[in-house]
Ligand binder design. Sequence first.
Ligand code: ADP
Ligand code: MG
Length: 723
Amino acid sequence: MSGSAPRRQAVEAVTSFAIPDKDFTEPLGGLFGKNVFGPAAMRSRLPKQVYNSVLATIEKGAPLDPSIADSVASAMRDWALENGASHYAHVFYPLTGLTAEKHDSFLEPDANGSSLAQFTGKTLIQGEPDGSSFPNGGIRSTFEARGYTGWDVTSPAYILENPNGNTLCIPTIFISWTGEALDKKTPLLRSQQAMSAQAARVLKLFGHTDIDTVVSFAGAEQEYFLIDRHFYFSRPDLMAAGRTLFGAKPSKGQEFDDHYFGAIPERVLAYMIEVDRELFKQGILAKTRHNEVAPGQFEIAPLFEKANLAHDHQQLMMTTLKKVAERYDMTCLLHEKPFAGVNGSGKHVNFSIGNANQGNLLNPGDTPHENAQFLVFCAAIIRGVHKFGGLLRAVVASASNDFRLGANEAPPAIISIFLGDQLMDVYDQIAKGGATGSKESGTLEVGVDTLPKLKADPGDRNRTSPFAFTGNRFEFRAPGSGQSISGPMVAINAILADSLDFIATELETAVGEGADFNEAVQKLLEGIIIEHGAAIFNGDGYSQAWQEEAAQRGLKNLRTTVDALPELADPAVVEMLAKYGVLSNRELASRLEVYLEQYILSVTVEAKETAELANTKILPAALRYAGELAGIAANLKTVGVPADTGSLETITGLIGQLTAGIATLEAALAHEGGETSMDHATYAKDSLVPAMAAVREAADALEGVVADDLWPLPTYQEMLYIL
Ligand code: ADP
Ligand code: MG
């Protein structure tokens, strides 16, 4: 066994790990929704009219009737107590992108000194956590720290289990005492409402009379890495920054593609099975699981749900992935780029819109050229992606996602839309005056008579597009693995509201002026394709040629967070989000401020950690090794053997490079960042990021020459392959 003492210990612990034998006797199916106070639990416990009222709010978006709150609260409390809960928590989603919860006991002393389970409608509807330490971007100052949580009836309460006692969790929104949004949830609900109102106008034009609330659906594919915990705790960089700040690429990387969809390692499969069970209990239908491209990388995808619920469930899924990993002595890394030179992790957000009466509005059917309603909704998206590409880029911007976007493994930083051959062809026909046919899907000839005929899709997939049509939905592929899906879904709902409003107004006007409806639709679609078709790109998004072509088409190429975030201050974006009541100017400005601060904070933490690790671990190891080499050379000289000083020269050269790099980084860190957050973020990008890279370059080169038993950090090979 090789490596320095802590590394040897880690490898020993890893290889002697035995998979815990969990006695999972209860079948998976029986667990579904066990911990959820959803419609089933409510129906059996609530008076009929209360149940109907709650359901109308959940299903139809009817305003919440406050008079039912006491009744719901008492049923919820009884259910929670029966399920072992001693506490309840309002769960909310602050701008950090994480999940926050404040726990309160159900038990309160009464006048006689004994304890009673207290939980009224008032406590259910509203809470007041001390919000002063949550980011607010200037909306509140700390001396006026009031923040309220408000019950989100549309997302069911659930039990969070713990071996020592359960907690009733109530999903909420989080707002300031002025009523301004401080969270990721409020704008999501608002954007959903705005999109729905405009979609209804369009549906009405298509002659529907039974228009149901149009909702957006989301299904997020989550990629993640697993490494053994012993390695994690020997990597201060992973602990502080979530990614390795040092580490030379292993000689065997992912080049062989032998991990992708390969057999899942037994320990990981045991983990995945337990994750699925935990998610099932929370009513989250985890559907697929497989290895991803990089060694140590995996994916989980749940069945899609209403975006609001999908958001809450996605947050719970991230927490669950991390929590269950600990039970198997592993750490789940949700960072977008934990290992340089190895594929990063994304979170593909699949979405569609629709409802029970009108179905999936993004389903083209077999003959899309005849499906005018589909073509109109799809055109709304094309228009939105073109008009608000900058916004879509900004909502996926983060220091960690910067390592991924545009790095030939994830979509480029240019936001374009992929339609596939069939749809592309239909819209081409429309642009030329009218669509008369659709390219047909065929069957695949496998050449073996005993095999069934397989149906071929009318178009291939495109893995390089940030925004791809995949048959009956779109897949937004730019979000990062650690990000909340709220930002992406808010942006998608909002741009749809804007486009559908435009479309409805155009068609209403045309029809009002006596135009034939079908002709008006053709004219509208023709106009949209001509004006916004520049965003459609079916080619290779990773190619250099696309970078050039996109520039010619006038598409933005916002490479870093610092380039992308100012899009949130773009007047068109500010005006649009305010117009549809998604985010007020002040709320949006506060978000820009918070996201800039988060960028500065992550880069600064990484820079400090880089300097510290270089000073306290890497440089000492290199100096010890140089000393050893010098000693050996001197000894050899005394016995008359001419020493080969080549390796000593290499190492002293690299030590010089490392110390110079550290000095530059420390000087950059000592400098005050700038007046505004934007100045400061720009400074971090232009000074700290390259200074860190220079230190890393020298350190990674040293890893290749310093004697293995002196190297202080677990290597990429160890972390990625010993699982
Ligand atoms: P792939 O890897 O082929 O893109 P996956 O099966 O891994 O597909 O994930 C697809 C995701 O898209 C799942 O979460 C799935 O539930 C979701 N999805 C499927 N249909 C829709 C739809 N109509 N609207 C929203 N999401 C959908
Ligand atoms: Mg997938």
